[in-house]
Structure formats: structure tokens, C-alpha cells
Design a protein around this ligand. Structure first.
Ligand SMILES: [Zn+2]
Length: 102
């Protein structure tokens, strides 16, 4: 079972209360960009086995989006953080490097 703590309301909930939003930290390209950049933005994803940064919505709770770092193979969660950040917080990168959850 995947348990994530919503950083917006502070509740720790099962994934059945959440809606997945795909890969986090994507660079968005608009209509003025080239075809290759726009195609990559729309369709190309890492699909990593291991540490992955993801978007989640607390759909059956506060309804707000947040980001999570977890291992896709073991479901180990390294932390959750605000969706308004452009890169993972230093403490989450530190716990990933140490290989343990926060
Ligand atoms: Zn919430």
C-alpha cells in the first residue's frame, strides 16, 4: 500500500484518496516552440525504475496538488513537497542519496 503525506493539509493517506498526475518537474513548451520540443513535452516520459518524482492530487481530501519522491520498484517514499517548487528540496535529495525515507 502506498501512503503519502499531503503537504497542503498534513494528512497521511492511502493512494486510493489520491489521483496521479504523472511525472513532476516537466519543462512546458507552448505553441511557439519547435515540433520536437512540443512532442517531447506531450509524450516523452522517463518511466524510471527507481527514484521518480511525481505529481499527485489529494482528490478526496483538500483537492490540492503536491509532488512526491518515491522509488517505483519498492514504493519507498522519500518525501512530499509543494507543487510550486521547480526542483526537489535539498532534504529530500539528501534522503535519496542516503537511501532512506524521511
Ligand atoms: Zn491534502
Amino acid at each position: 500500500m502506498l501512503l503519502l503525506t499531503c503537504p497542503n493539509c498534513g494528512l497521511t493517506v492511502e493512494e486510493t484518496e489520491l489521483a496521479p498526475g504523472g511525472e513532476a518537474h516537466l519543462t512546458r513548451f507552448g505553441p511557439a516552440s519547435g515540433d520536437a520540443e512540443f512532442e517531447a513535452y506531450l509524450f516523452l516520459r522517463d518511466n524510471a525504475k527507481g527514484v521518480h518524482f511525481e505529481r499527485w492530487c489529494h482528490a478526496y481530501g483538500c483537492g490540492k496538488w503536491f509532488l512526491a519522491a518515491r522509488d517505483t520498484a519498492t514504493l519507498q517514499v522519500f518525501g512530499t513537497y509543494s507543487a510550486q517548487t521547480k526542483e526537489p528540496p535539498a532534504e529530500i535529495l539528501e534522503s535519496i542519496a542516503k537511501g532512506r525515507a524521511t
